[in-house]
Design a protein. Structure first.
Length: 102
């Protein structure tokens, strides 16, 4: 047996770690772009919760904020497309609990 060989379990851990790191980076990019697009007023009442199949889903903590954001949907999609450089096609708002840190 070669003493310089790397065990398969260590290789797998490295691959899984790098993949989860990429996901966190993408999530962070989405959150940062969202906060920049909506500003401080709405960022504390909203939270991106999912981005799948070209659809970004945002949780909103009140119906009044949901209404205002819905009225600005086209503007927000334009801002997010340029900031994220992802293939964003749809923005969907849902009433839900916001779990902000700090």
């Amino acid at each position: 047996m070669n003493n310089n060989a790397t065990p398969i379990k260590d290789i797998a851990k490295g691959i899984i770690g790098s993949l989860s790191g990429e996901r966190e980076t993408r999530e962070d990019r989405i959150k940062e772009a969202w906060e920049k697009a909506v500003g401080k007023r709405f960022s504390k009442h909203t939270e991106p919760t999912s981005f799948k199949k070209k659809r970004l889903i945002i949780s909103v903590d009140s119906s009044s904020a949901l209404y205002e954001l819905t009225m600005r949907k086209d503007e927000l999609i334009t801002k997010l497309k340029s900031a994220l450089k992802d293939d964003l096609a749809e923005l969907q708002f849902r009433i839900g609990k916001i779990e902000k840190n700090g």
